[in-house]
Design a protein around this ligand. Structure first.
Ligand SMILES: *[C@@H]1O[C@H](CO)[C@@H](O)[C@H](O)[C@H]1NC(C)=O
Ligand SMILES: *[C@@H]1O[C@H](CO)[C@@H](O)[C@H](O)[C@H]1NC(C)=O
Ligand SMILES: *[C@@H]1O[C@H](CO)[C@@H](O)[C@H](O)[C@H]1NC(C)=O
Length: 300
């Protein structure tokens, strides 16, 4: 029986990752293989150098981007080869390819819309490839994708071990009072949504009421000269996760300063990196991010 089971699991792995998903090649998962075919498309990158029990990284693009564009314009594909993890690259289904960060559905645990669809992709993979380490599911995103990372951390805290947001806003900040899908919120973008850690934490708990379990550790990047998404959102986002983790926002510890970043640690689960004179278009610090995910030692 055990032999049969392990033979079956070998065949499944071979079927998914041998025949259908060529290693080392970004591959679109089509409706034939992906159950919720109405949701956003996504691409999968399985490295040639796949770990035995790989981690999973969901990499989420900016407005106007696509999964393949983010694969090309970020370091995570190369890092997947180096560290042996699998990467999912979703593509937004909306015109302009921003993510839905505004509807009640997307801001609610198991509510559906884009956050629910991305979770569907993760569960699809975990369900079909049991070798993936379910305790090491990570996410990273830029701009609209960073906003989605914060939303996913709020609405699906049980699924992710860590999140990294480049140039985003707090979870729920882009809310639409009229419950519009994929709405722009200029109050938030301009940094005029300013409130306390406690209030921001309430926004997070409203996304998944009653949840008491572990939450992803969060690394927040922003450029101090970001003209598209106000750097005030760096303060608001780090306030939000300070509130959620019960850290004293006013007493963050400044880390050794580099010429490019002012970095602050509020507790083991929250770090901020404010790029000095950084614009909206921040270059990802791939090696540092691997350390945040626990895939490598802190680079020196
Ligand atoms: C393959 O993975 C191993 C273990 O994670 C790593 O040490 C090695 O550098 C990787 N090889 C390449 C070519 O990236
Ligand atoms: C997206 O753009 C296309 C072409 O401009 C238009 O036909 C379609 O109605 C738009 N869809 C939405 C949801 O706005
Ligand atoms: C935009 O976001 C702010 C802060 O989250 C919220 O108070 C406001 O109602 C939102 N605007 C609209 C038009 O829904």
């Amino acid at each position: 029986m055990r032999l049969l089971l392990s033979l079956l699991s070998f065949l499944t792995i071979h079927h998914i990752f041998g025949a259908q998903i060529p290693p080392g090649q970004l591959t679109q998962i089509t409706s034939d293989t992906y159950a919720t075919s109405k949701g956003p498309k996504f691409h999968l990158y399985v490295p040639r150098n796949l770990s035995k029990h790989p981690a999973l990284v969901v990499a989420i693009h900016y407005c106007t981007g696509t999964g393949p564009a983010y694969f090309k314009n970020s370091p995570y594909g190369k890092l997947a080869e180096q560290y042996g993890f699998i990467a999912i690259y979703p593509t937004s289904p909306h015109n302009g390819t921003c993510w839905d960060l505004s509807s009640r559905k997307t801001l609610t645990h198991n509510g559906g819309s884009d956050s629910g669809d991305i979770v569907g992709m993760v569960k699809w993979l975990l369900g079909r490839y049991s070798e993936v380490d379910q305790k090491r599911v990570y996410m990273v995103g830029t701009s609209s994708g960073a906003m989605m990372v914060n939303v996913l951390a709020g609405a699906y805290p049980d699924l992710f071990a860590a999140g990294i947001a480049y140039s985003g806003v707090p979870a729920g900040c882009f809310v639409s009072q009229q419950d519009l899908v994929n709405a722009w919120n200029s109050t938030c973008a301009q940094g005029k949504a300013v409130t306390s850690p406690k209030e921001w934490a309430t926004v997070v708990s409203s996304m998944n009421p009653g949840y008491q379990g572990p939450r992803p550790k969060m690394l927040i990047y922003h450029g101090s000269k970001d003209a598209a998404i106000s750097p005030q959102n760096y303060e608001e986002t780090t306030k939000q996760w300070s509130g959620v983790f019960g850290y004293d926002y006013g007493n963050g510890i400044k880390n050794a300063e580099s010429d490019k970043y002012v970095s602050t640690t509020w507790g083991p689960n929250l770090m901020g990196m404010l790029a000095k004179d950084g614009t909206h278009d921040l270059k990802q610090l791939g090696n540092f991010d691997m350390a945040w995910f626990g895939l490598s030692a802190i680079p020196t």
